[in-house]
Structures are given as C-alpha cells and as structure tokens.
Design a protein around this ligand. Structure first.
Ligand SMILES: CC(=O)N[C@H]1[C@@H](OP(=O)(O)OP(=O)(O)OC[C@H]2O[C@@H](n3ccc(=O)[nH]c3=O)[C@H](O)[C@@H]2O)O[C@H](CO)[C@@H](O)[C@@H]1O
Ligand SMILES: C=C(OP(=O)(O)O)C(=O)O
Length: 507
C-alpha cells in the first residue's frame, strides 16, 4: 500500500468518524482495537488490510467509506524473490475450537494472540448474537470472552453461522447448557460432502439427539453418562474436540478412542486442563477425560502457532526460490512435511527447539535455502497426525510444480479438493487430474501471470496466490475472502518480505 493511499484513507476515516460524532476511542472500541491504532490510521501511518477497511466502513456505517463493499481481489506482480523474516501466527483451527470451548466456562476466558481472520470473526459474531461478551484487548490479538448467565440461543446470527463449519463445535458445550436448541447448518469451504454423522454418533453417548430440519440442526439434550468408551469411526479433529468438550462438563470419566492427536486438539486439551478438567493421553489416540459439573474460572490461554501457515510460508519460499526465515514454526507438526521436502532436495537451517507460549508445543525458526528440487520417489498423501497434515497436502502441488520430474499427489480425504489444483495450469503448470482424488504434476514449471478466480477452498486458493508470486508478469486473483478466512493479512505480510501484491475492489 503506497504512503499516499494510506493518508487518503486516513483522511476519509477521520472525516467520517467526526461526521458520526465519535471520538477516536469510541471508534477503536467498535473496531476492537486501540485508540492509538485509530490515531495511526487517521495519520496514514498504519498498514491497513482490506478487511480492516471493510470493518471501518461497517463501524462508521458511512456511505463516505464505501470501500467496504464487494469482494476483494489481489493484483500480483512477479516473479518475486522474498527475503527477510516472518513470524507464524497462531492457528485458525485452535482459535475456533477455543472460542467454542469458552462456552464451557461461566468465567472469563482470555485467549492470547488469536489470529484475526474471518473464520474467527464469524464465530465472534455468532457468540455476540448469543449474548457472549467478546472484546479484543489490544493490537496483539488478545481476546476476552465472557459468557452471559443465560445464553440467548434463539438470537443466533444465522448469516454468520452459515458461513462457518465450526459452529458444529457448539454442540459439545451446549448440550450441557440447553435441553432444546437450534443451530443453523454449518458451511465453510466447498470441499465436497463432509459428514457430520461422526459428531452425532459421538455426542449421542452424552444424551444428545440431533435432527436435521429445514436449514438447521434441532438438538435435544438429556445429559447422560457415557456407558462405555466412545470409539470414533473417523480420527477427525473437530469430532474429537466435540467429544472432549462434552466430556469436560460430564462429572465422571470418559474415554475417547481413535481420537485425533492433531495440534488443535492438543491446544484444546491444554485449555481444558486450565479449566480444571483432567485429560490424560494428550498427543495420543486415547484420551481419558475426567470432567466437572460446573466450570467457573477466569482463565488465560495462549494457543500455539499454525503449522499450516508455516507450511504455506515454506511453499512461498520454495516456489520463489528464496531464502527467508520463518520464525515460530511448530516443528512438532511439520516433521513429516520437512522430511518429505528433504527427500525432494530441499535445504534449510533450523534453530534449536523452544516452547510456544502454551508451554508445550515445540517451535523452531527455519531458514530456507535455495534448493534444486526433484520429484519424490513415492506418491505424497496425507494422514491424520502424525502423518503429513491433510491441510498441507495442497502446498505440495506448487512444490511439485517447481521440482523436476513427475509427482503424484493423492488427496484421499476431500471429494472436491484435488480438482482445484488444476487451476495452476492457468499459470503454466502441468497438473493432470487422474481421478477426483489424484493429480499428476510435471515439473519444473515456468509460471506466467494470469487472471484466476479464487477456488472456493482455502488452501487451493493460497496455493494459486503463491504460484502467482513466482509468475512472470501481472496476475489477478479474484474474490479472496476464502483466503482471509484462514490467514491474517497474508498479502501485506508477504509484501513485507518483498512481494508485490496490491489488494483492490471493483468499487
Ligand atoms: C476447524 C478445523 O479444525 N478444521 C479441520 C478439521 O475439520 P473437520 O474435523 O471438520 O474435518 P472433517 O470431519 O470434515 O474431516 C475431513 C474429511 O476427512 C474425512 N476423514 C477424516 C479423518 C479420518 O480419519 N477419516 C476420514 O475419512 C472426513 O470424512 C471428511 O471428509 O479437520 C480437517 C482434516 O484434518 C481439516 O482439513 C480442517 O482444517
Ligand atoms: C479445510 C480447512 O478448514 P475448515 O475446516 O475450516 O474448512 C482448512 O483449514 O484447510
């Protein structure tokens, strides 16, 4: 964003604020930021994401700031070489799980450095509509959540709820707080049919029955003690989280088998421990939870860094053949990815391990080295943790595209995701869809700029954006909400590493 552009927006914001008779502090309150941040914005000294501009537009309810309307696009000029260092932010998936889990607690939950992403914003809208107090404490992303005595379950913001699949994780906590409630159908990325049956099967053990009615889930709850260990039929992340949350308020011991041990589940377990719930087996596939009937504590928790964002940054470095330092990478959840990359010829340095603010997750700083990559000998496929992360698979598409030889990616998980990887062909890649789950990628590729509409799925959309960084000439990526759903200010942060990405809207 150029200086001139920033001060023009700053002036528009100041005039609109004054027109509304608001002080800087009052506007800051509406935006969930600090007065000093508003002051910087008005002086043109603050880098602004388009999402923030949109929020300002909403907060000022002003036709003067119309920049908030319509989808966001990105204009990318390449090829780019990146340099410098970047911090990995905390994860979307722990963030959303913890927001849902805060409903277990009648006391105040403070979450540290929560990623300011659209998925979190949607959940905050839903929580607010239910009467939950939510407040950003500062520019660091510290977030305070205070549930009311009685949740206004009838007032749920349906529009916000329908834009995220994560509301499904309200079922676990809510089954203890209401005997009859409706939840709007869960939405999110278009990755093909994603079953919710495992959630229903797990929660039935606690006395929850859910009927799918017109456009919503009708939940009826008569809490009971699970009679035997709960065996999950899929090692899913959110289903494990739902079972954990249901178990947290059950005053007895629940055993969950075939549980996911993935990063967001571990963050949730550490938070539950702070609530006074005993969880044995964290990091394994058998969790033994001893819950309590009532939780009312003021608690502070700092979720760990996002392994998927770290992988995205690794892919950005590899595809642009750049040396960057990725600080605070949760190595614990990237080991298979890095081992696979090493087999492909990737070179990097890493620091000694240190602990994340949650006191548990192992982090390192990774410095990427320019490397000559070749296709791996075997196909690349994801598995539940400790396998190659399901959300990290798409990044191997662009990595394979710059490697010499043929790489087979097998995305057995999602029905509709592999097909989006063929969008890379618009930029000059050779990605052949063998069937709905397998793509064969020929490299190396000389990417060249093109106009692409974001595929309606988070990771494939980011993959296209990263390929644009390596593409010669100008590219346009249209409708990027899907990226903002899971990444905070990704374009701005890549620009700080030397990328040339300009957000724009069709005003
Ligand atoms: C908010 C959140 O945390 N979202 C993550 C979570 O979603 P979530 O837990 O909602 O994932 P789903 O339950 O939809 O599982 C994803 C897909 O994998 C299939 N499946 C999953 C596990 C398994 O052992 N067998 C199996 O077949 C499911 O049927 C589904 O088609 O987990 C997904 C898979 O890691 C990730 O992509 C999402 O980023
Ligand atoms: C599929 C993903 O997430 P969600 O469960 O939020 O759709 C993802 O993070 O890649």
């Amino acid at each position: 964003m150029t200086e001139g552009y920033k001060s023009t927006i700053g002036n528009v914001v100041r005039d609109a604020r004054k027109h509304r008779g608001l002080t800087q502090a009052q506007l800051a309150d509406k935006l969930g930021t600090s007065q000093s941040a508003v002051n910087r914005i008005e002086k043109g000294q603050q880098n602004l994401s388009l999402e923030m501009i949109a929020r300002i537009g909403d907060a000022l309810d002003s036709s003067i700031v119309e920049i908030g309307a319509g989808p966001t696009h990105l204009r990318v000029t390449g090829p780019t070489t990146l340099s410098g260092a970047i911090d990995v932010k905390t994860s979307k998936n722990a963030g959303v799980a913890l927001l849902c889990a805060s409903l277990l607690n009648r006391g105040r939950t403070t979450l540290r450095k929560v990623a300011r992403i659209e998925e979190v914003n949607r959940l905050l809208e839903v929580l607010s509509s239910m009467g939950v107090g939510v407040r950003w404490l500062n520019d660091e992303g510290d977030l305070e959540i205070t549930p009311p005595k009685v949740l206004a379950l009838g007032d749920i913001d349906e529009a916000a709820a329908r834009r995220t699949r994560s509301v499904i994780m309200f079922l676990g906590p809510l089954l203890h707080r209401s005997d009859d409630f409706e939840l709007p159908y869960a939405g999110g990325c278009q990755l093909g049919e994603r079953t919710v049956e495992p959630h229903m099967a797990a929660l039935r053990h606690f006395g929850l029955e859910v009927k799918a009615t017109e456009g919503s889930y009708h939940a009826m709850s008569q809490p009971i003690a699970p009679a035997r260990p709960i065996v999950l039929t899929e090692r899913g992340d959110t289903v494990t989280e739902n079972a954990l949350m249901a178990a947290a308020l059950h005053p007895g011991t629940t055993v969950i088998r075939n549980a996911s041990s993935n990063y967001m589940v571990q963050d949730l377990c550490f938070y539950l421990e702070k609530l006074g719930v005993q969880v044995d087996g964290i990091g394994t596939t058998t969790l033994t939870v001893t819950g309590v009937a009532e939780i009312d504590v003021d608690v502070d928790y700092a979720p760990s860094e996002d392994p998927i964002e770290a992988m995205s940054l690794l892919a950005a470095a590899i595809v642009t053949d750049s040396e960057i330092t990725i600080r605070r990478a949760p190595i614990e959840f990237l080991e298979i990815e890095l081992a696979t990359l090493e087999e492909m010829g990737f070179k990097y340095d890493r620091t000694d391990e240190y602990l994340a603010a949650n006191g548990h997750t192992r982090l390192v700083d990774i410095t990427t080295r320019r490397s000559v990559l070749h296709a791996p000998l075997d196909k690349i496929h994801p598995l539940p943790f400790p396998g190659l992360n399901i959300d990290n698979l798409p990044f191997f598409a662009i990595i394979a595209a710059v490697a010499s030889g043929q790489t087979l990616l097998h995305d057995w998980v999602y029905e509709n995701r592999a097909i989006y990887l063929t969008e890379l062909n618009k930029l000059g890649a050779q990605v052949k869809l063998l069937d709905p789950h397998r793509v064969l990628i020929d490299g190396p590729t000389r990417f060249s700029g093109a106009e692409v509409v974001c595929p309606p799925a988070l990771r494939p959309a980011v993959v296209v954006l990263l390929a644009m960084l390596a593409s010669k000439g100008t590219s346009v990526l249209r409708s990027t909400y899907v990226i903002a759903r899971g990444y905070e200010d990704l374009a701005e942060r890549l620009n700080e590493l030397g990328a040339d990405i300009v957000p724009f809207r069709d005003i």
